[in-house]
Ligand binder design. Sequence first.
Ligand code: 3H9
Length: 676
Amino acid sequence: MIETQLHDDVLEIVMINPPVNALGEGVRTGLDEAITGALEDDAVKAIVIRGSGRLFSGGADITEFSKPPSGPSLPAIIDAIEASSKPVVAAIHGMALGGGLEVALGSHYRVATPKAKLGLPEVTLGILPGAGGTQRLPRLVGVEAALDIITSGTPITGAEAAELGLVDKLSAEETLVEDVIAFARTLDAPRRTGDRSISADPAVFTKFEADNARRFKDLEAPRACIEAIKAAVEMPLDAGQEKERALFMQLVKGDQSKALRHVFFAERAAAKIDGLPKDTQLRPVTKVGVIGAGTMGGGISMNFLSAGIPVTIVEMAQEALDRGTDIIRKNYEATAAKGRLTAEAVERAMNLLSPTLDFDVLKDCDLIIEAVYENMDVKKEIFARLDSIAKPGAMLASNTSFLSIDEIASVTKRPQDVLGLHFFSPANVMKLVEVVRGAKTAPDVLATGMDIARKIGKVPVVAGVCYGFIGNRMLIPRQTNANALLLEGATPEQIDRVHTGFGMAMGPFQMNDLAGVDIGWHRDANRIETLQDALCAEGRWGQKKQAGFYDYDDKRRPTPSPVVDRIIEDFRAQAGITSRTISDEEITVRTFYTMVNEGAKILEEGIAQRASDIDVVWTYGYGWPRHTGGPMFWADQIGLATVVDALKRYEDRLGEGVTLSPLLLARAAEGKPLDR
Ligand code: 3H9
């Protein structure tokens, strides 16, 4: 796990632990021995530490956090590196993250490639840099930069790090090792970051917390990071590190970190497709076709354009095509105006876009994604046409959010080439893609779908065919119960508050208003069967009309609506319902636990490959709070027996035909979790 090589009087220490050189016990032991050995060896005048393969190090081994500690500790090794009487230089290429960067911070000098990524992403795992990072980084770059880097977890480049004083020298990747060895040879004494002291106005911390109050909201880790950085200002290194250690231990044992670590591994597990032959070859995707230049089609196209993949976008009418193309350009320009994209990058992306009214142009595309409105007949017509023009081996995808991929595929002579690629709105922003595997979808088509989704920066999850796949299917019992609760006596505000209070980005009725209350409405103002019908009949179609379940001002800020109160009252009167006081607990059980129940059914039917895939769908596609781990992990933490007991208490109110999942009942009875 560690290799050393003496270059005259400079010892090169190489960390080898593919794929990311995580600093597990083996690497730590090797590093410890190599440093001790180098200090005892008179032939060694200076030491260089680097990583093998594609990066320096991805940090501590996250899997060890749930095990009892063993072997030498990382903070102790890094302290030994800093205490070394012989100069130590870190040679950074690829990435130095978390504990990896902390090794570099303990080193006396740092040389990096300009494109290397340096960062402390611990906060995204619900912890803080626990091997001196919170103490040494501010001593090098100042409190303000350290606050940003540590609480955001976002890496910076080698070039940016050099400007901040985090990196001493830049070097090209090809010559990095020889440059650093030559540099180390010129050094005659160590230079210890820990010896420095720094000062900062206490107001900097208060202001930073206040400015970020919304972003940090319920999160424990960012606040602990701030506290630790404060210690770096107020205390010498030793005492600061003690404080850092105490905060780290508290966080790593806590529920939030457990949940965030679960999401980290869940995201990676989701990439794996069960039952896929090992030798599955991917199909090439060098040109993409998109049918429909509406909101979804445009957003989907942007993902490919941004990744440098040419897109042909097809519409029925010139006006719709122009409008769609215009919106794509405007979206790019808005990003450029915020400084997040260069003007050249905007042009580069736009030059890859070919808008057309000619369906036949799609014949040379490797992947064609249909993104027209939800109507089975329309989709079937499109796929039949595609079947007659697409080249052999082209993958044919539908962006449907509910409909059967098998039925769509049945109109083609090549159902093996058909799959679902369900993007979430806004499709250029939301990370989730459900990759829907039809009964006949070929393994290489599924694997290519997953791969291309990752290439355009998405988090793909495999889903089987059912109404609504994983995510939208779970919305159904939630919405049914939310609607029923309104009639029984709750208000939209109360239900939404329970959801946002839990940490959801928005509640069911805020989501209804955003998506459009009129989605799926029959358009007959005289036919009022549901509350949604009643709202639509009065023109309350949601945010777009500044009126839905809430009233909206010009800035789209919601306020409770007396009109909605009246509509609900009328509806209750007609249905003969006397309203009662609804507890938040009942809302939680009927709108959250019913989702867990549906998730368990999705699992038992094999629609999702594993419980953690469902967690990925909800955290990346629906704003479920990551720090609770996703619905399935959350339910496991509560205890399935508790969840089942509560559902049974309300069983007669859960909605017509709603039954408890046999899998959920069985696991609850066995005392086992859904995720295993
Ligand atoms: C820390 O350092 C704490 C210290 O401050 C204090 C200690 C006292 N550990 O993501 P990929 C696995 S906390 C264990 O697909 P990429 C990963 O699960 C750590 N395993 O590759 C996957 O396994 P599998 C702070 C890890 O090229 C495989 O490696 N560091 C770790 O797309 C490939 O991963 C971080 O938070 C790890 N640290 O991206 C960085 N990292 O093949 C976490 C990866 O079985 N890592 N694995 O599914 C990353 O963000 C990405 O892996 C990285 C590479 C960007 C490095």
